[in-house]
Design a protein around this ligand. Sequence first.
Ligand code: AMP
Length: 403
Amino acid sequence: MNLDKLKTTDDIDVAGKRVIVRADLNVPIKNGKVTDATRLERVLPGVKALADRGAKVIVISHFGRPKSGPEAELSLKPIAEAMQKLLGRPVAFGEDCIGDAAAATVSGLKNGDVALLENLRFHKGEEKNDPKFAQELAKLGDIFVGDAFSCAHRAHASTEGITNYLPSFAGPLLMEEINALRTALEKPQRPTAAVVGGAKVSTKIPVLTNLVAKVDKLIIGGGMANTFLQAMGVMVGKSLAEPEFAGTARDIMTEAKAKGCEIILPVDVVIACEFKEGAAHEVVTLENVPFDAMILDVGPKSVERTASVIENSNTLLWNGPLGAFEISPFGEGTFALARAAAKLTKAGKLVSVAGGGDTVAALNAAGVTDDFTYVSTAGGAFLEWLEGKELPGVAALAREKVH
Ligand code: AMP
């Protein structure tokens, strides 16, 4: 995949064209009302820009996981209403994303109008990447704009299949995300550091393997650090750990050494005997973890050490918390390192790119999300990018096709 081949609609005339925009409108909804419009607020400027240039904009998205066919509570209708408010112009709603209802909605659009079509996943063809369904979607437009990076790890009809039938372009939000990730991973300013935390080694083996080949320092925290420590002979008591992955951890350490990547593990830890808010806790060195205790966070010396690694780096990638951050006080290690990274970024000394659901929640809890260079809300797609995988929804946009 040659990402330099990605084209945007900037250089083409979209006036009068029917432009299908694949967005990710999976926003939280309660009692028919959007409760957090962040995702909408991010994608709408691109929609508005197309409409202002005279395009007839047709927005498509999936929403939730319908089991088989339409489900009232998974309708995108409330989102059309929220879009209307945020855009300050009418948004036509198509009761279906293909067929007569969709065609009627689209044919009613004038230049500069916006429509939203019903949940793509009400049709099985979407997730199956059925060519017939992709063609049905493509019939509604003249060009396609992929602007849902968070869905790009799935080869679905609306992310991949449709690009076989329409001239396809990368949307502004997708470009922003890709540019941020490339800055951090493909053409970074060295030295580079990565923080990988979270619960288990087993879910992040490809991430760790890819990163040791790419970054200069790899800081490992969270439950997964316990597995690495255990593999080195540290007694971790009742901590979350995966002894069956000790061999994998050792392989990753060997690989890191061969690639010149330094792995940084905790040197002190916060332990508790109970996994609950405000549990009695203590900071201990690695030799002193009692058999009946759990490691729930990294200790202050570890934070100091990792903060100094970041201070000596120019680029930082972050995925996963260093401890059980949702339960006070076991978020302190994550928050302290996040604050240190935010401060360096604000001072112009660090490019910091973070992503993943829990990471965003941890950065929000630390109050530093806005101070990072880029925070990706894409979970699966962000992780697959870190794994070095080709994302089908991005590759399809970068491929040269004759239509
Ligand atoms: P992941 O989804 O793999 O990024 O894991 C995130 C989860 O790991 C969060 O819910 C954290 O509470 C949890 N976690 C991080 N460190 C620990 C730890 N030392 N012990 C137990 N859970 C942890």
